[in-house]
Design a protein around this ligand. Structure first.
Ligand code: NAP
Ligand code: MG
Length: 396
């Protein structure tokens, strides 16, 4: 057969350990036979990051800005043990953190649903996508353990000399204080990314905060989201989509009674908590995809899980691990579909659809890796990653 042509490349970011092994298998078995694959390749595996002093990560992020679509394999974020294991020159930052900072994007996490695995919340029929504003608030706050009696104040000094000050608490004994912040520009970029993603995936957008209590702080979030909605209202109306603000506690109650099928935008801390709740309620981390979407319309796709280290060491010992490649395959299909959309290349988008259907088809036919097999009713046996990928290829 003729292989599908790609006039424009996507940015390919290779990674580490078991997911690096899966990456190669996916390309050889599921992509090369069908697509004349065109990528700009960056090796973000730890040895290559170390050799380049991590500049390869920066180059990859800049390439995503230029080509608008990227796909990334899971990578190791080094800690002390990894420094020794890989004899690293220094303790590099998380590649995802570096890339997110350069692209100033928002990460959207969505589960892949399959028949036979029921979400823990019975009413959930469609995925819930969590959008977490991954910047500032509690994560870069100033904190102080108050040792004893004294007074805490919060103050601001403007560049123009303006001075503002407010008493926070007069302590009679020990206690604790915290000062946190956020920036309009960062909140606005978050808001724009959320509306762009909701439009791209044709889903309603929810945003929740606690502006009844944090009138100024969460009020700014609510106002900027509302202003961004006004900018997007026409497009939202045309697509038949809704934007909806409600208090965080009300949103939690409503989400539990909903069918799913919406994007839920959350502040940094709320998103951290809710994304773990939603992903575990939908079944498995191995079935969670993740997209970094920027306000100006660049997209980077990946699996939400890590490099599956424990399976990799089994693989090095010559075993055939049963690591689930579905989220990584969906990262590829997401990137190929987006490339197809941007280039008006219908055969490429159609292939992405076919690839996803082939994955779900294999699982529906009872061919799946061990992590899913244990969640199924009845006696289902898990197959190796290689056998699962072969079953997907057959169905393509
Ligand atoms: P992990 O790689 O997600 O794996 C944790 C455990 O979850 C695995 O041992 C496995 O459980 C299960 N699991 C995860 N993905 C699976 C899959 N696709 N198929 C089957 N089982 C799967 O997390 P980790 O062990 O905490 O982290 C390993 C490395 O990944 C670390 O170096 C970390 O820095 C990195 N990491 C990278 C990213 C990223 O690049 N986005 C994200 C998170 C972590 P069993 O062993 O019980 O089978
Ligand atoms: Mg968390």
């Amino acid at each position: 057969m003729d292989r599908i042509k790609m006039p424009n490349p996507i940015v390919e970011m290779d990674g580490d350990e078991m997911t690096r092994v899966l990456w190669q298998m996916i390309k050889e078995e599921l992509l090369f036979p069908f697509i004349d694959l065109s990528t700009e390749y960056f090796d973000l595996g730890l040895p290559s990051r170390d050799a380049s002093g991590d500049s390869v990560t920066v180059q990859a992020a800049q390439a995503v800005k230029r080509l608008h679509v990227g796909v990334k394999c899971a990578t190791i974020t080094p800690n002390r043990a990894r420094m020794e294991e890989y004899h690293l020159k220094r303790m590099y930052r998380s590649p995802n953190g570096t890339i997110r900072e350069i692209l100033d994007g928002t990460t959207f996490r969505a589960p892949i649903l399959i028949d036979g695995i029921r979400p823990a919340v019975a009413s959930w029929k469609k995925p819930i996508t969590i959008a977490r504003h991954s910047s500032a608030d509690q994560y870069s706050a100033a904190e102080y353990r108050v040792p004893g009696p004294g007074k805490a104040t919060l103050s601001f000094t403007g560049e123009d000399g303006e001075h503002w000050e407010k008493d926070v608490c007069s302590f009679a004994g020990s206690g604790v204080i915290q000062g946190m912040y956020n920036r309009d520009e960062s909140i606005r970029n978050f808001a724009r990314s959320c509306f762009a993603y909701a439009l791209a995936t044709k889903q309603d957008l929810w945003f929740s905060a606690k502006d009844t209590i944090l009138k100024a702080y969460d009020g700014v979030f609510r106002d900027i989201m509302q202003e961004t909605y006004e900018e997007n209202k026409k497009a939202f109306d045309e697509a038949g989509l809704k934007y909806f603000y409600t208090l965080i506690d009300d949103a939690v109650a409503r989400a539990m009674r909903s069918e799913g099928g919406f994007v839920w935008a959350l502040k940094n801390y709320d998103g951290d908590v809710m994304s773990d709740m939603v992903s575990s309620a939908f079944g498995s981390l191995a079935m969670m995809t993740s997209v970094l979407c920027t306000p100006d319309g660049n997209f980077e796709y990946e699996a939400a899980h890590g490099t599956i280290t424990r399976h990799y060491y089994r693989y090095l010992r010559g075993e055939q691990p049963s690591s689930n490649p579905v989220a990584t395959i969906f990262a590829w299909s997401g990137a190929l579909r987006k490339r197809g959309e941007l280039d008006g290349n219908a055969p490429l988008s159609d292939f992405a659809e076919r690839l996803e259907k082939a994955c779900l088809g294999a699982i529906n036919d009872g061919v799946m890796t061990g992590d899913l097999a244990v969640l199924m009713d009845g006696d289902v046996k898990g197959v190796s990653s290689a056998d699962f990928i072969a079953a997907v290829r057959e169905r393509i």
